[in-house]
Design a protein around this ligand. Structure first.
Ligand code: ZN
Length: 197
């Protein structure tokens, strides 16, 4: 099984971003348009549904044509839907405006599964596991790490940090950085820590 350290994740993120829009790697630091990247660059279908009754499943990446139960608000029960290979299903409750950062991180996380784990999920024998299931901690952590590297590209983070110099207190700096890249304060805090910044 492949091992991905953080340096490898950053170089995968850089490669993918370069192919989509090189200015995300060498231009002004800015938020990565993750939804556009998923739909236009990879041709992935994004669908928003209730993935569970209570909202504990945020996203599902579908690697092979599948039938997936989603919760129907009207009938108050799970109904099967057909999802084609190359679909990312996202819980529609994340479309609420106060969930915007969470939505973006979920999209990046699912895209990371798509980039890293297609082969793995297609090779596994059981049909049920031909999508990311959130039961597999190793792959979940990998998707979080690559997702963070995509939304907060290492090089652009460093450029943005340099521009602020030493003028800001740490808390304010993290807040400003989070708003440049359109991520949560917590996500930015973790990212800066991991990069040793
Ligand atoms: Zn996942």
């Amino acid at each position: 099984m492949r091992e991905y350290n953080s340096r490898v994740m950053d170089s995968i993120a850089q490669r993918e971003l370069l192919e989509f829009d090189s200015t995300l790697v060498n231009g002004d630091p800015r938020a990565v348009p993750i939804e556009e990247m998923i739909e236009l660059h990879y041709g992935i279908i994004l669908q928003y549904r209730n993935l569970s009754k209570k909202g504990h499943i945020l996203g599902i990446t579908v690697f092979e044509d599948s039938i997936i139960p989603v919760y129907d608000d009207e009938s108050k029960r799970y109904e099967p839907i057909v999802a084609k290979a190359g679909t990312i299903l996202v819980d529609q409750r994340l479309l609420a405006s106060h969930c915007y950062n969470r939505l973006r991180f979920t999209l990046a996380h699912e895209l990371a599964h798509y980039i890293l784990h297609s082969e793995y999920y297609l090779k596994t024998q059981s049909l049920a596991s031909k999508m990311s299931s959130h039961s597999d901690m190793k792959r979940e952590k990998e998707a979080d790490a690559l997702g963070a590297s995509i939304l907060m590209p290492q090089g652009r983070i460093k450029v943005a940090m340099k521009r602020f110099g030493n003028q800001l207190e740490r808390k304010e700096l993290i807040y400003q950085m989070a708003s440049i890249f359109n991520v949560s304060i917590q996500a930015m805090e973790i990212r800066l820590q991991r990069l040793g910044l």
